[in-house]
Design a protein around this ligand. Structure first.
Ligand SMILES: [Zn+2]
Length: 350
């Protein structure tokens, strides 16, 4: 299925005519978007992401053992992420969202911040969006949940750079208050003007990608109802993620979307959506252990939402595979949207 969609994708590239002409000569014309994708998959790694994870662990240690929003550990996480992205040349903003009454400090801010960064190249009218929640629970430092997603995204963003040769703009989002009913992402999506919301081609979510007893799950496209499978186009997004995990040697399992992470408001807004995760409180089956390794009958992350969710317990190999796979998928999405191809096909069929 993914191979077919790939082939159809090739046909819609405007470069095709030129390639045919140049096909007569000995050297094939280099495809800059394919080169970027290869470079991203080869370059992005857990080695690069690890320094970010170490920084988030340190921030939690210095701020009462967690990075929950609102709170000083969360503020320090926001400053850290924004600084990394600014140093990489991105246009960075920290849009606010209102805190629920029970979370407002007696004196001080009634709002909290997300972090949003966008490439300076690519069409800003066609945005590929990729996000991870930046907050932890109050019970622990949240280095897998979701320092891992944040570290992976920062590695991808810094490897991509702020002015890559891409067709669509790429926007990275780091959400607050995910652990508090998805407050940060929900407010962001709802408060976007309709025109801006329509500019988002697709959304990819990273939440827990270094679970110690790792599984390899791709969310989207699975299930009979639109609520579970995601809006039209979500299956194509999931397919590209599955394909890129295959490229790092993993046969991923596709699973349904739910309301458990920051993709929920994007689904509600009709944006084609996918996600990756290495598993949380659920137990690994025997079949999954024979497919991916690890311990059957034990939780994917035994430290889920506890003080033991620390850097020392993360699966660096899983972190590496997910980071490379998502890096390749982001480069592919930035070169052209598989969703757009799917919609064009539907129009032709009608
Ligand atoms: Zn999470």
């Amino acid at each position: 299925m993914s191979r077919n969609s790939d082939r159809r994708g090739e046909q819609t590239r405007p470069r095709l005519g030129l390639e045919l002409v140049q096909g007569a000569s000995a050297a094939p014309a280099p495809d800059p978007s394919e080169e970027l994708r290869r470079r991203m998959m080869a370059g992005a790694s857990s080695t690069g992401a690890w320094s970010h994870l170490a920084a988030l662990q340190r921030i939690a240690d210095e701020n009462g053992g967690h990075r929950a929003s609102p709170g000083p550990g969360y503020d320090a996480s926001v400053e850290y992420v924004a600084a990394v992205l600014r140093a990489a040349g991105y246009a960075v903003s920290t849009p606010t969202y209102p805190l629920p009454k029970r979370r407002r400090p007696r004196s001080g801010d009634r709002t909290c911040r997300n972090v949003v960064a966008q490439t300076r190249s690519g069409d800003p009218g066609r945005v590929v969006m990729v996000g991870a929640h930046l907050d932890s629970v109050r019970k622990g430092p949240g280095v897998n949940d979701n320092g891992s997603g944040v570290g992976g995204l920062l590695e991808i963003a810094t490897r991509l750079g702020s002015t890559p040769p891409i067709r669509n703009a790429v926007r990275f989002a780091f959400w607050g208050s995910e652990e508090d009913d998805l407050k940060g992402s929900t407010h962001y999506v709802k408060s976007l003007p309709r025109r801006d919301r329509k500019r988002i081609l697709l959304y990819v979510n990273l939440d827990m990608i270094a679970s110690p007893n790792a599984g390899y799950f791709v969310l989207g496209g699975e299930g009979k109802t639109a609520a579970k499978a995601g809006p039209p186009g979500s299956a194509q997004v999931a397919c590209v993620l599955v394909e890129h995990l295959a490229a790092v040697g993993i046969v991923a399992k596709t699973i349904t979307l739910d309301r458990e992470s920051d993709y929920a408001p994007f689904i509600a807004a009709g944006v084609p959506t996918g996600g990756v995760m290495a598993g949380d409180r659920w137990k690994k089956t025997r079949r999954q252990a024979s497919r991916w390794g690890g311990r059957a009958g034990e939780r994917f992350d035994p430290n889920y939402h506890t003080r033991h969710d620390r850097l020392a317990h993360l699966d660096r190999v899983a972190m590496d595979r997910f980071t490379r796979a998502v890096a390749g998928a982001v480069a592919r999405f930035a070169a052209g949207s598989p969703v757009e191809h799917a919609q064009k096909r539907e129009q032709h069929a009608n």
